[in-house]
Design a protein around this ligand. Structure first.
Ligand code: FES
Length: 121
């Protein structure tokens, strides 16, 4: 396990998220209730970049495309492709891939940076 600099703390505003690329991984870094968090950056449903319009509410990240929702503390799945505008369509789209949890990463602040713990060297 190694800690990698992900983004400078001053570049991340409270309640906002950013996409970050570390090696071959794309991550979403964010701040929720004074805590930083990091998850894999692409929605588990159809790989939409979650920081591009994803909403954080009640401790969850909701993808803007079909509203798949995961807890940001442990990545557990809350709702898979409900797509409230057209639920029948969302159900069909939901079957295009298996429901999955979102990978989450440990974070810490070191100097000016938010660091993320990765399982690669
Ligand atoms: S791509 Fe995110 S919910 Fe479909």
């Amino acid at each position: 396990m190694v800690w990698k600099n992900a983004i400078k703390t001053k570049k991340l505003k409270p309640g906002k998220t950013k996409m970050v690329t570390l090696g071959i991984k794309t991550l979403m870094i964010g701040q929720f209730e004074d805590e930083y968090f990091a998850t894999e950056g692409l929605c588990r449903h159809m790989r939409w970049p979650l920081a591009w319009g994803g909403k954080i509410k009640d401790g969850c990240i909701r993808c803007p495309l079909h509203q798949t929702t995961h807890h940001i503390d442990d990545g557990s799945l809350v709702e898979w492709s409900p797509f409230p505008l057209l639920p029948a369509y969302g159900k069909i789209l939901g079957k295009l891939s298996k429901p999955k949890d979102l990978k989450v990463y440990q974070t810490r602040v070191e100097g000016d940076y938010i660091q993320v713990q990765l399982d690669q060297s």
